[in-house]
Design a binder for this molecule. Structure first.
Ligand code: GMT
Length: 373
């Protein structure tokens, strides 16, 4: 098939899922056209059957807000026509779904161009419920030819919040089990903090991630076990987290690495992955950790419970309960047998439920259905 993919090409989970999906589809022989305002971060432009079309948004003094959604819709229609795309697949409803709807209508006289919307989380739980976007998000879901959600939790929330009657397919996120692998030797030889065990947190440092909790957890863990925390990513909560590390006297035990392209090289160095978010519709970072045999200690609730089985392949604790999170991390750092068991469980869960080969065919099936009409 010839598939157009649109996503936020930044360090968010939805952009990463969209990019990895495009790469896997190209690997399976499909022709994939990314239509985005910048090259997605994990996309190697030299990959066979991958094409990249930039959306240029020109400004004009009249525009206080340049109309990106319209520029995107024009580009989608143009690329679809020129390359004879079979469908568009947009990731994150706002505004991609509306742009796809416009592109579909623009071409309606000449060709059929169905579109699939994948809901990722904050497009429903935060932004979509904002009054300014609620009606148009609901409309875009109803108008999509196919809708998928990355967890059953997100599917339920969408049905509750928007009251839509559209069937929503749950297609869980996936990870490439060859790229994301354990490396016990590199863990032993890590040079960030020789002799100490590493904790890792990866996110876009938005308030929903509760990055300050990672620092507080480290503070408590260090009372019982030598540990060093790698903070990967960047965003509005980074500075407050750096200040908190100073205030709690643990600044020399935290390394802020900023945005990193190859997290698959960093994660295997760690013993535990911290994800104390307020809410995750899925929690892709936890899955990437599990694939590398790095057990997540994460917040209970949302979609994380569809991924992590408490005490089997990671731990789930109440949001904001620093002592509970810290106690689990301390156990994993101090008890090698326990760590081996949970780490093995994490890798096993990934291989049996979340590897690309298990998930990508589910997207292909949705594509076939919407193309049949
Ligand atoms: O977590 C973010 O702020 C980024 C956001 C996105 O859309 O880029 O992530 C969402 O999508 C990811 C990929 O499907 C999920 O793993 C994350 O759980 C979800 N984030 C939230 O629900 C907060």
């Amino acid at each position: 098939m010839k598939i157009g993919i649109t996503c936020y090409p930044t360090y968010g989970g939805s952009g990463i899922v969209a990019t990895e999906l495009g790469l896997e589809l190209a690997n399976l022989g499909h022709e994939v056209h990314f239509i985005t305002y910048a090259n997605p971060i994990r996309l190697d432009p030299g990959t066979p059957r991958i094409h990249y079309h930039e959306v240029e948004v020109s400004t004009y003094p009249l525009f206080q807000y340049p109309p990106y959604s319209l520029a995107l819709a024009s580009r989608m229609a143009e690329v679809a026509e020129r390359y004879e795309l079979d469908l568009l697949h947009v990731h994150y409803a706002i505004p991609h779904s509306i742009s796809a709807l416009l592109a579909r209508d623009m071409l309606a006289k000449h060709r059929r161009l169905p579109f699939v919307t994948t809901l990722h989380g904050t497009d429903i739980t935060l932004v979509g419920t904002d009054r300014s976007y609620f009606p148009i998000t609901k409309f875009s879901i109803e108008q999509s030819d196919g809708v998928t959600a990355v967890s059953d939790y997100l599917r339920q929330r969408t049905l509750e919040v928007f009251g839509v009657e559209k069937p929503i397919h749950v297609i869980l996120n996936f990870v490439n089990c060859e790229t994301y692998q354990p490396h016990p030797e590199s863990r032993r030889l890590q040079t960030f903090a020789p002799g100490e065990k590493l904790l890792i947190h990866i996110s876009n440092f938005r308030p929903v991630k509760r990055v300050g909790d990672c620092i507080r957890i480290l503070g408590q863990v260090r009372k019982h076990a030598p540990a060093h925390l790698l903070m990967v990513g960047d965003g509005p909560e980074r500075m407050p987290a750096e200040e908190l590390a100073h205030d709690l006297g643990v600044a020399s035990h935290v390394t802020f690495l900023g945005k990193q392209d190859h997290v698959e090289r960093l994660i295997p160095l760690a013993h535990v992955l911290l994800l104390p978010s307020e809410l995750e519709s899925f929690g892709l970072a936890a899955l990437e950790g599990m694939a590398c045999g790095v057990p997540p200690v994460a917040s209970r609730g949302g979609g994380l419970a569809e991924l992590v089985t408490d005490g089997v392949d990671g731990y789930l604790e109440p949001v904001g309960d620093i002592s509970a999170h810290a106690a689990r991390v301390t156990e994993l750092l101090s008890d090698d047998a326990l760590h081996r068991r949970i780490s093995g469980g994490a890798r096993h869960t990934t291989q049996t439920r979340f590897c690309t080969s298990l998930i990508i065919p589910q997207y292909e099936q949705v594509y076939r259905e919407v193309c049949r009409g």
